[in-house]
Design a protein around this ligand. Structure first.
Ligand SMILES: [Zn+2]
Length: 203
């Protein structure tokens, strides 16, 4: 599970972060004092604020407001093709992908944009894809207590395309199935059929 910001060591100052970037620029073999790199440490610090803003967000809190007037709707709710950007915790390299998030409500539903926000709250942290997938599913399961949750993520890891084994075009797929999606093969099949339908832009 994620470590809340209060349990992490004291946050360095922006000046300390910029100094660390200068060190990395020198490590790369360049001169941080040349004109083109002059503002780079400040820009990188700002970029990090954006890349890792998920640490400031409580994903569970995003799901507290639910709606119960659903006229007896008791079928799968699926939000698919949620694009996300994350960073791998081993190389700080980007992970770019799509998440498909489904749940089978038990009376209460949540605004669909909230599901996308939960994806972002966990993606905007240092991650491995397996944990990202499980965290999204477990948070929805704990907060909404639905009959089941399914999260499927497919993504490209730049640490595999631009370094190491250098294998572009490889995608990694992970899934977490909870409740009926794990136990009931009919429900799982129905989900797969929904996922395989053409995207809305193709209608
Ligand atoms: Zn990596």
């Amino acid at each position: 599970m994620s470590v809340p910001p209060s349990d992490t060591p004291k946050r360095p100052t922006q000046a300390e972060a910029e100094q660390a970037v200068r060190t990395l620029l020198r490590w790369a073999g360049d001169n941080p004092d040349r004109e083109g790199l002059h503002d780079t440490p400040a820009r990188v610090a700002r970029a990090y604020t954006e890349f890792f803003c998920g640490y400031e967000i409580d994903p569970a809190a995003l799901l507290r407001r639910t709606f119960s007037e659903v006229e007896g709707y008791d079928e799968i709710v699926l939000l698919r093709d949620i694009r996300f950007e994350s960073h791998c915790e081993h190389h700080l390299a980007p992970i770019i992908g799509r998440a498909h998030v489904a749940y089978l409500p038990r009376q209460r539903v949540v605004g669909i944009s909230k599901l996308a926000r939960v994806v972002d709250a966990y993606a905007k942290r240092l991650q491995i894809q397996e944990r990202l997938t499980a965290q999204i599913a477990n948070t929805i399961n704990d907060e909404l207590e639905p009959h089941g949750v399914a999260v499927i993520i497919e993504s490209a890891h730049e640490c595999m395309t631009t370094r190491g084994v250098h294998k572009p075009g490889v995608s990694m797929v992970t899934s977490t199935m909870l409740g009926v999606f794990r136990e009931n093969s009919d429900t799982r099949r129905e989900l797969m059929a929904m996922l395989n339908r053409p995207a809305i832009s193709e209608y």
